[in-house]
Write a protein of this length. Structure first.
Length: 191
């Protein structure tokens, strides 16, 4: 009986510790979900028309522009055969390029170009209405769910001296061109 008592004293805490550590996951993998998830709530002009601003921007067409004659010419000068397959092009023309495969949800597509998540972070934890409203009304912090607010440095990851177009980010003028804030008085994100 004494041996069994010591065994319980030693083994039970180990088992409980293992069970507790199994319940606490390491940092979750946030997935890129694609612009269609964002579009669900960010379409209405009354709420800021964020999706329209994006869809009419060059960012929305960043992947398809790689098939243009201009992109082909730039690629040819750089010794790149197919810009739509070249790492040096895709890293700035496709949201999340280079991330592991498990970082992409089935709703994501490279054809969406430079989508919302290029600037705001992978959206799997924040794209739903409840989380977004909690963030908007201060019940939750954006960082907790991986939502980031772009900075000059965010833009400069692609708009820098390595860009074949030579377009540097002109902050804040360039950010004003794609500004898409939720207007004051838009107290609820639509369904």
């Amino acid at each position: 009986m004494k041996k069994r008592g010591w065994l319980i004293v030693l083994v039970v805490p180990l088992l409980v510790g293992a069970a507790i550590s199994a319940e606490v996951p390491e940092h979750p993998v946030r997935q890129f979900v694609g612009v269609t998830k964002c579009k669900k709530c960010h379409t209405s002009a009354k709420k800021g028309g964020q999706f329209k601003v994006w869809s009419e921007s060059r960012h929305a067409h960043a992947f398809e522009v790689l098939a243009s004659d201009s992109a082909q010419a730039i690629a040819g000068r750089k010794g790149v055969k197919d810009p739509q397959r070249a790492q040096e092009c895709l890293q700035c023309h496709v949201t999340g390029y280079g991330e592991p495969a498990d970082h992409f949800a089935a709703t994501w597509s490279d054809s969406q170009g430079v989508g919302c998540e290029s600037c705001h972070g992978a959206g799997s934890d924040y794209w739903n209405k409840t989380v977004m409203q909690d963030i908007r009304f201060g019940k939750a912090t954006p960082e907790k769910f991986g939502l980031t607010i772009p900075t000059k440095e965010t833009c400069a990851k692609c708009h820098n001296e390595k860009s074949p177009s030579g377009r540097f980010v002109d902050w804040p003028a360039d950010s004003a061109k794609i500004s898409h804030k939720i207007p004051k008085g838009a107290d609820k994100i639509e369904d």
